[in-house]
Design a binder for this molecule. Structure first.
Ligand code: NAP
Length: 463
């Protein structure tokens, strides 16, 4: 089946691509393995230079790249530009800090010398989602390339132009041919790639179903996996919080990327004494959001990524309303071309409902009322997910209690959950395992080699 680039704002097919044949796929994997043999020995300073140049190329081409992302997945252009800036920052971060992260680490033992050495593994397959087509890829690629690994990208099938553009940027930056290649193939080819012995590990960002499939296949061959999966992040607002700030952040966190972000706040757990005011303020702001053409500078909400994605959100909202939720605004698809869904606020949601435990990938806020911190914690931890959590309070003791008790890969107090090159990023529970970014991220795909050297009689060679 052809790989198609479809504009979600219009439904028009912009371009189609023939997927790689099996023979071409194998050839690319072979090239990756050949490149790795020399690339692993390249100088870290040189790799840092290439990474910096990749950042410069991204900056220089950001208008073109942002336009491509908007036309393939529908995020507002201003957000696409910001996404590219973030990719620049992750290239710079690993260029600046990578050499330090890769240094041998001395560990005192009974040996004359003992240390930990980090060694690259080889060709790493990255199975990536469409929602942040550049950022998701660069936060894998920058540390992987800095570490001396080579990358194979199987991007989501609906963003083929972004996928090809990423390979172009990395090649232009000067990395050796074969250090990073885009494989235009559908999900059905992923098992074949994992099975190839020249592919050493896999990282997947996407749905739980895809993660389980990849991890199962890789486990059969004892290959390492990192999984960055879905989330239904709680956003807890307690009575002592600055309500204006909390509401502003709540709207932004729920609606960024048209509501299609893994770390978007999805469940708003508000202390009962301030819940009426929070609901009114949130609803007013949702009503004022500018929905429209994502290419327009002023647009805040564009279309959902596909007709299927909109159908899914629509059916989840229907389930919630059927269970007893009240629609404060929105609650329907929008007429006209494109896959638009109205920004929606639902109140009176109960954590025991099945639909309230699912990930909602669209501009729909679910509002819950909580009695106190203890109930906020209980609700926050009441799903199978554990990606992030945002907590709003001016009481440090409350904050400390929640930081301690929330089961998530990250907790942000008086701020929205966001990824940052300097901080490890990832989930717990069914949101996945392993970490990207920071010092932790670069070591995920490396052999951590313990070296122990006893006394050596002739340290400078044979006697
Ligand atoms: P998806 O369907 O799982 O797709 C993600 C990638 O996996 C695509 O490249 C897709 O290829 C591939 N894929 C799908 N099924 C597969 C299978 N059975 N075996 C191997 N590969 C497979 O995810 P999505 O619905 O597009 O993305 C949204 C999900 O990603 C949400 O749940 C979101 O929360 C999560 N996400 C998580 C993070 C994080 O960092 N934790 C970040 C962003 C998104 P095709 O496109 O060819 O099907």
């Amino acid at each position: 089946m052809a790989i198609a680039s479809i504009n979600p704002a219009t439904g028009a097919v912009a371009k189609t691509f023939q997927p790689l044949s099996r023979a071409d796929l194998k050839q690319k994997i072979e090239r990756a393995a050949e490149t790795f043999a020399a690339y692993r020995r390249s100088d870290a300073t040189q790799r840092a230079g290439w990474l910096n140049r990749a950042g410069e190329t991204l900056s220089a081409e950001k208008q073109r790249l942002a336009t491509l992302a908007v036309s393939e997945m529908g995020k507002p252009k201003a957000q696409a530009l910001a996404e590219i800036e973030k990719c620049v920052s992750v290239c710079r971060y690993y260029a600046d800090n990578g050499s330090d992260f890769l240094k041998d680490e001395p560990v005192p033992t009974d040996a004359a010398q003992s240390f930990v050495r980090y060694e690259p593994l080889g060709a790493i397959l990255a199975v990536m989602p469409w929602n942040f087509p550049y950022w998701q890829t660069f936060r894998f690629a920058a540390p992987a390339l800095m570490a001396g690994n080579v990358g194979l990208l199987k991007h989501a099938s609906n963003v083929p132009q972004c996928a090809l553009a990423i390979e172009e940027v990395i090649t232009k930056a000067g990395f050796p041919e074969g250090a990073f290649q885009t494989l235009l193939v559908g999900a059905s080819e992923v098992d074949t790639i994992i099975d190839d012995e020249r592919v050493k590990a896999v990282t997947l960002t996407g749905s739980e179903a895809a993660g389980i499939s990849v991890a199962r296949r890789a486990a059969g061959l004892v290959k390492k996996t990192v999984l960055e999966l879905g989330g239904s992040d709680p956003f807890i607002v307690l009575a002592s919080a600055d309500l204006d700030e909390a509401v502003k952040a709540a709207v932004s966190s729920r609606t960024i990327n048209n509501g299609q972000s893994c770390i978007a706040a999805k469940r708003f757990l508000v202390e009962a004494t301030i819940a009426d005011r929070f609901e009114t303020m949130m609803t007013e702001r949702f009503r004022a959001l500018r929905v429209g053409d994502p290419m327009e500078e002023k647009t805040e909400i564009g279309p959902l990524v596909s007709a299927a994605a909109r159908d899914e959100v629509e059916s989840q909202v229907q389930d919630l309303v059927g269970a007893g939720a009240k629609v404060l605004t929105g609650g329907r698809r929008l007429d006209g071309p494109g896959y638009y869904y109205a920004p929606t606020v639902l109140s009176g949601v109960d954590p025991s409902w099945k639909a309230a435990k699912e990930e909602l990938f669209g501009p729909v806020a679910m509002l819950f009322r909580v009695r106190d911190v203890a109930q906020a914690m209980e609700y926050a931890n009441g799903t199978t997910f554990g990606l992030g959590a945002s907590v709003w309070t001016n009481d440090l003791a409350e904050a400390a209690q929640l930081v301690d008790g929330i089961q998530a890969g990250s907790v942000f107090v008086n701020g929205i959950v966001k990824s940052d090159p300097r901080l490890p990023f990832g989930g717990t529970k069914r949101s996945g395992y392993g970490r990207e970014l920071g010092r932790h991220g670069i070591h995920e795909f490396m052999n951590v080699k313990a070296v122990w050297i006893g006394s050596v009689a002739h340290p400078n060679g044979r006697a």
